[in-house]
Design a protein around this ligand. Structure first.
Ligand code: DHB
Ligand code: FE
Length: 282
């Protein structure tokens, strides 16, 4: 059976891609953000995941407002990253783990999650940036399964539903007949709002409580309605649903618990409160 080794969460901001491209990691603006990653990379180098199941939201590269699935799962041999207009270099295509994609899709449909199945799928900065941050040298030694959650256009799935989805994805991975090591990745958040009257909104107190809850009380955020989450985290802060799915997926791990490897929180990068978190199963 596949082994669930842990979960990684990170914010995804296109400006990070520019900073990497221009080599600005040591500059005072960027250092407190990039300093969050060496311990995460150490854990990855030690644990050597074979596969990453990435919970994220698409921002209009693959799904536009005219066709917006609530949940979509990639089942492609590769996922092409493409220019979104942010001026960041696009990444080499991510290699798919098709066998696991179908394991997850079949299992989810059987459990009455009517997911969209994507045998072709472009992936945007929400998939490319975490990999670039985890493996700065490139040439990613992992295959991926992208799991896309709509956090962009209402109606959005509520937190409790996303938690249930994450649990179901975790169970499918745990049942996968493979000796591969699997890590879950959450891409998005934390609090931020890019538009409207509250542009620039950040909620440090909520973000820190949310990150803490993922360690000790993972269902905590499911008490909030989606509108409450928007109020507390901003219109784009609801991207933190991906973190909830990642944590829920870890509940399917074979061991008895989940512990923190490392976390970092820094405000702001661009308009966003950035978080990074690594959890391991034991
Ligand atoms: C920013 C944040 C995001 O989550 C995103 O997808 C794009 C931009 C920002 O803060 O600039
Ligand atoms: Fe985003």
């Amino acid at each position: 059976m596949a082994k669930i080794i842990g979960g990684l969460g990170t914010s995804h901001i296109p400006a990070i891609g520019n900073a990497i491209h221009k080599g600005l990691q040591e500059q005072p603006y960027w250092k407190p953000f990039f300093d969050g990653f060496p311990p995460i990379r150490q854990w990855i180098a030690l644990e050597k995941p074979d596969v990453m199941v990435i919970f994220y939201n698409d921002h209009g590269l693959n799904f536009f407002l005219d066709k917006m699935p609530t949940f979509a799962i990639g089942a492609a041999p590769q996922y092409v990253n493409s220019d979104e207009g942010w001026g960041i270099p696009s990444l080499e295509p991510l290699k798919g783990e098709i066998d696991l994609s179908w394991e997850i899709i079949n299992s989810l449909i059987d459990k009455e999650f009517d997911v969209v199945t994507c045998q072709e799928m472009l992936v945007d900065h929400a998939c490319s940036l975490p990999l670039k941050l985890f493996y700065p040298e490139g040439n990613y030694p992992v295959t991926v399964v992208p799991v896309c959650i709509n956090t962009v256009q209402f109606p959005l799935p509520k937190a409790s539903r996303v938690y249930a989805l994450g649990k179901a994805v975790g169970a499918a991975v745990a049942a996968w007949n493979s000796d591969k090591k699997v890590a879950f990745v959450a891409s998005g958040g934390l609090s931020h709002q890019l538009d409207g009257e509250r542009a620039g909104f950040i909620n440090k107190e909520f973000d820190l409580k949310f990150m803490e809850s993922l360690i000790s009380n993972p269902e905590w955020a499911t008490q909030f309605s989606i509108h409450e989450l928007v109020e507390k985290t901003g219109t784009q802060g609801v991207e933190l649903l991906a973190w909830l799915a990642m944590r829920a997926a870890l509940t399917a791990a074979q061991g008895s618990g989940v512990r923190k490897v490392h976390s970092n929180y820094h405000i702001p990068i661009s308009n966003t409160a950035t978080g990074v978190l690594a959890l391991e199963t034991f």
